[in-house]
Write a protein that binds this ligand. Structure first.
Ligand code: AMP
Length: 518
């Protein structure tokens, strides 16, 4: 099928041709005709599948007729993070270049007055994170009753971040007469209930996660002590031909510390996480995308869905607590059929998390040993709650210990096998045989099940004469800048990775609820 068969206008087709896309992706092929028909769509698709264009392209054509009135946007797209919102706004610029649509981006951390001015002029497309949208609504700067098309993107991530009460409130402010497009990478029962409430007779579309990240990404696992992680990372960066890389940490505060530590080693590095001022985040991302910065140390939320062309490497400085995040993280590289390399640093306490990832992707991540770094072995013991660098946390009792793999949040959800399991291509993805870095006879990969039963032997003999790096206590201090206002990142996981609803019990979990918010 070609884009021409989807019913899009000549102007939109020309914009698509200008981008160089030759054929629609499965989500575009299936969603675009239904969106053009005015139907509600429930799309089960993650970033990387081309889902942004699956709603922006038909929206541009639908909105081409009609005019916006001051403070009354005609369409609304809700995104969980500022970066994703900015990416969607860029998509409207690219695909809508032959149309005269006004858009506004309402995200936290940026000037209210600029956003209010835009709203006053009238906007066809409003792209917003929930917190800022509600702030502006409460200030009386926006009326949502004229919204004819609503897009809720990354609904499962909104659930993780505690945004569902805000989203329910926003939807309650909209007219019932509207078209709703609802996207989520996974469809746990909470999200399904929400979709049932927001959508009317939707066309359901499920697409597999893209095969390209897993088939073209060479993966490797390095097990070291918590103290050895930074040195292991530095050596990996040195040994590998790193053009540009995202280095993921599980906790925001570790992002800053690691970035500073790498900078001290003379590496070209910047930090990206939800507590940084928005201007800094935007500037850092721009510089990274323009190859002015080689290494970006980031948290999951800040880097979720980021589309950086030609990223050569992903390093997991921490094993992700949620197995699905592993797939999202390594999917930043190896895009569009390019080769990519993904290294995961694990400490002995990470055994259960590694096992959960290997279970999810259906294969073992090949272990490697870095010359000069003492190899450790994974333990399958229940680890105490993890603190910095994977070490057991001290003090602060009361919260849960390490969460069960795949157990993203409370209440637990039952993953749908058709949705949460990677596609067959992902499961069967071959892993490159060649050694990734200088290794001293790495042990052959064993099946995931065998590995998860326990690693009885040391992976490698100790390399004599190597002293683990000592950390400068000054680096350990917190450098976190708190944003005072309600913000789209206020629920970014901190040190436990456990995200709850706080004081906000979502309405859809309470026994009494309307079938569809007015
Ligand atoms: P998304 O899932 O919307 O984040 O898109 C992932 C990437 O796929 C982005 O870099 C898009 O520019 C790209 N993309 C979207 N549609 C197509 C297409 N039909 N052909 C090739 N690339 C595409």
């Amino acid at each position: 099928m070609s884009f021409k068969d989807l019913g899009l206008s000549d102007e939109v087709l020309q914009a698509v041709t200008d981008t160089g896309y030759t054929a629609p992706t499965p989500i575009q092929e299936q969603a675009i005709p239904y969106v053009l028909m005015g139907r509600d769509v429930l799309g089960c698709a993650q970033t990387g599948t081309g889902k942004t264009a699956s709603f922006t392209l038909p929206m541009i054509d639908i909105l081409a007729a009609g005019r916006a009135r001051a403070r009354m946007p005609r369409s609304l797209i809700i995104e969980p993070t500022r970066e994703l919102a900015a990416q969607v706004a860029e998509a409207f610029d690219v695909y809508g270049k032959y149309h005269k649509l006004e858009k506004a981006l309402l995200i936290g951390g940026e000037s209210f007055s600029d956003q209010e001015r835009k709203l006053d002029r009238g906007v066809d497309v409003l792209i917003a994170t929930p917190g800022r949208l509600i702030d502006l609504y409460e200030r009386g700067k926006i009326l949502l009753s004229d919204v004819k098309i609503l897009v809720i993107d990354e609904a499962d991530r909104m659930l993780d971040m505690g945004f569902i009460p805000d989203v329910e409130r926003i939807v309650g402010l909209l007219s019932r007469i509207r078209q709703t497009l609802f996207f989520s990478a996974t469809m746990p029962p909470e999200i399904r209930r929400l979709a049932d409430a927001f959508l009317m007779n939707p066309k359901e579309i499920t697409v597999s996660p893209p095969a390209s990240p897993a088939t073209t990404v060479t993966q490797a696992l390095v097990v070291v002590s918590a103290e050895g992680k930074r040195d292991a990372l530095r050596r990996l960066i040195r040994n590998e031909d790193v053009k540009n890389a995202i280095i993921f940490c599980n906790r925001k505060r570790d992002v800053d510390m690691l970035a500073r530590s790498l900078a001290k080693s003379g590496l070209d590095v910047a930090a990206l996480h939800g507590d940084l001022p928005q201007s800094k985040r935007t500037e850092t991302l721009e510089r990274f995308k323009n190859d002015e910065i080689r290494l970006l140390v980031a948290s999951d939320v800040a880097a979720r869905g980021l589309d950086v062309q030609g990223l050569s490497h992903v390093f997991n400085f921490d094993v992700p607590i949620h197995a699905e995040d592993y797939v999202h993280r390594i999917g930043r590289t190896g895009r569009a059929g390019r080769e990519g390399r993904a290294f995961t640093l694990a400490t002995p306490d990470d055994g259960r998390f590694v096992a959960a990832i290997e279970h999810l992707i259906g294969k073992a991540i090949p272990p490697i040993v870095i010359e000069g770094i003492e190899a450790a072995e994974l333990s399958q013991e229940e680890a105490p709650r993890r603190g910095r660098g994977g070490a057991p946390a001290r003090g602060r009792g009361g919260r849960s210990s390490a969460p069960k793999p795949n157990n993203r949040h409370e209440p637990p959800h039952t993953p749908s096998p058709t949705v949460e399991q990677p596609s067959a291509e992902v499961v069967a993805a071959p892993v490159a045989e060649k050694p990734i870095v200088e290794t001293a006879a790495p042990p052959a990969p064993r099946p995931a099940q065998e590995r998860s039963r326990g690693r009885g032997q040391k992976q490698q003999p100790r390399e004599a004469g190597f002293a683990p790096i000592t950390m400068n206590p000054a680096e350990m201090g917190s450098n976190v800048t708190k944003l005072p206002s309600r913000d789209d990142h206020r629920h970014e996981p901190d040190d436990s990775g456990v995200v709850g609803f706080g004081d906000h019990m979502p309405a859809f979990l309470t026994p009494k609820r309307a079938s569809r918010p007015a």
